[in-house]
Ligand binder design. Structure first.
Ligand SMILES: Cc1ncc(COP(=O)(O)O)c(C=O)c1O
Ligand SMILES: N[C@@H](CCCC[NH3+])C(=O)O
Length: 415
């Protein structure tokens, strides 16, 4: 679905002109569409109707309280990787008992808090983490529900930085070792084995790697059953890709249908952890052209957003579509869209044909996932504002960071 569309020569988010958003909130500003986020969540949840399931939004993709709140109201679960994300989910109205806790580096403090609030499941990534969780749970007199995150050694065919299911990656427990670790888990008194988990990477654009991983997980479930260890849920992680340019990722419905066919006849609940799929195309980054700079070799549009606001192009050479909010007639030129930061890596897009003038507004599309959450204060730049459009209304869900906030907590040395 597309909730960002041109109407009367101007780009809209649902019922709101982005030019009006820029006027009211300034730039750079992230703009999210509630309708898009809801529709994407429902694409998963509806396809799972009839099978016990949890759709746990991967909070790392977009942790804004407004976004989390929209999903919490739909009954979503959440996939978290830190105590900070846990507190965000609770503050946004999410239910602790629908949280799955992922991540290779859970601290004792993370574990204590998660046990206190009663998360649905810990996705445990190593034998040492298992022993630590047993200890912390015993200290609190609690039982921790666990899955082991297994590493199925499947090539997700995605960017190497975001591919996680190969044996050389730091994630999970090698599938060959999983039975032994499950046996250990089953023997620990404060742990309750409930599931098997995997996540093989992000921005996957074809089904076979997912289904390959699933087949390996199901074979493991069978081997565990022979050992008397009964698995109640399969957590297949996130990773379903979206269209940034011309990718044609599978439809969520087709993916889930294929999964359901494979688990038919088994008493297994399904957990998914989609992040990008739910929010990426539900957000744009609005930015304004500060200068046009024409050199002998290149034409640059210097905008007021930079790699500190949106690092995906610099970090992964990610291609993000950049469009004018109010397209103008006239000859176009090939621009590199760059920010004000003192690095050549500070670009949002390269070699785009656009007709531009100083002061024009641009929208970087597909910026709802891994956008604001990966932003920083590099070059002492305040973080952008975030707003949520809902029909013809706009809500500021995070105000722009002020200069005072940028210094807060820092101090000079004593005289
Ligand atoms: C454990 C885990 N679950 C879920 C996700 C969400 O992935 P995506 O945004 O690709 O759906 C990630 C990130 O790739 C992850 O590491
Ligand atoms: N940050 C990455 C995705 C990371 C996935 C995290 N498990 C991106 O922008 O594509």
């Amino acid at each position: 679905m597309n909730t960002f569309e041109y109407r009367d020569g101007s780009l809209f988010a649902e019922g709101v002109a982005l030019s009006a958003v820029a006027q009211r909130f300034g730039t750079p500003t992230y703009v999210y569409s509630r309708a898009h986020i809801e529709a994407q969540y429902r694409a998963y949840a509806d396809a799972l109707a009839g099978t016990p399931h949890l759709v746990c939004f991967a909070v790392k993709a977009n942790s804004n309280l407004g976004v989390l709140n929209v999903l919490a109201r739909l009954g979503a679960g959440f996939d978290i990787v830190s105590r900070g994300e846990l507190e965000r989910v609770l503050a946004a109205g999410g239910s602790a008992d629908k949280i799955v806790f992922s991540g290779v580096g859970k601290t004792r403090d993370d574990m204590r808090r998660a046990l206190e609030v009663g998360v649905h499941c810990f996705n445990v990534e190593s034998i040492d983490e298992l022993e630590r969780l047993q200890q912390v749970a015993a200290e609190l007199g609690k039982t921790a529900a666990i899955s082991l995150r297994v590493n199925p050694d499947v090539d997700a065919g995605t960017h190497p930085y975001i591919s996680t299911g190969l044996k050389e990656n730091k994630f999970g427990i090698a599938i060959a070792d999983a039975e032994a670790v499950y046996a250990r888990a089953a023997a620990l008194p404060n742990l309750n084995v409930v599931g098997v988990d995997c996540h093989i990477g992000s921005q996957l654009t074809s089904l076979p790697p997912f289904l390959d991983a699933l087949d390996r997980l199901l074979a493991l479930v069978d081997r565990l059953a022979e050992q008397g260890i009964r698995i109640r849920h399969l957590d297949l992680g996130g990773g379903l890709g979206v269209q940034y340019r011309d990718e044609q990722p599978p439809l969520a419905g087709d993916y889930i249908k294929a999964v359901r066919q494979r688990i038919e006849g088994r008493e297994l609940a399904l957990v998914f952890e989609p992040g990008r799929f739910i929010v990426a195309n539900g957000g744009v980054l609005l930015t304004r052209v500060e200068y046009l700079k024409h050199t002998e070799h290149k034409d640059f549009a210097i905008v007021d957003a930079a790699m500190n606001d949106l690092i995906r192009p610099a970090l992964y050479q990610a291609w993000m579509e950049v469009v004018p909010v109010q397209p103008r007639d006239g000859a176009s030129r090939q621009y590199d869209i760059v920010g004000p930061i003192c690095e050549t890596g500070d670009f949002l897009a390269k070699e785009r044909d656009l007709s531009l003038a100083e002061g024009d507004l641009l929208a970087v599309r597909s910026a709802g996932a891994y956008g604001f959450v990966m932003s920083s204060n590099y070059n002492t730049r305040g973080r952008a504002a975030e707003v949520m459009v809902d029909g013809d209304q706009v809500f500021e869900v995070r105000r722009r960071e002020t200069l005072d906030e940028l210094f807060a907590g820092e101090s000079r040395l004593p005289e």
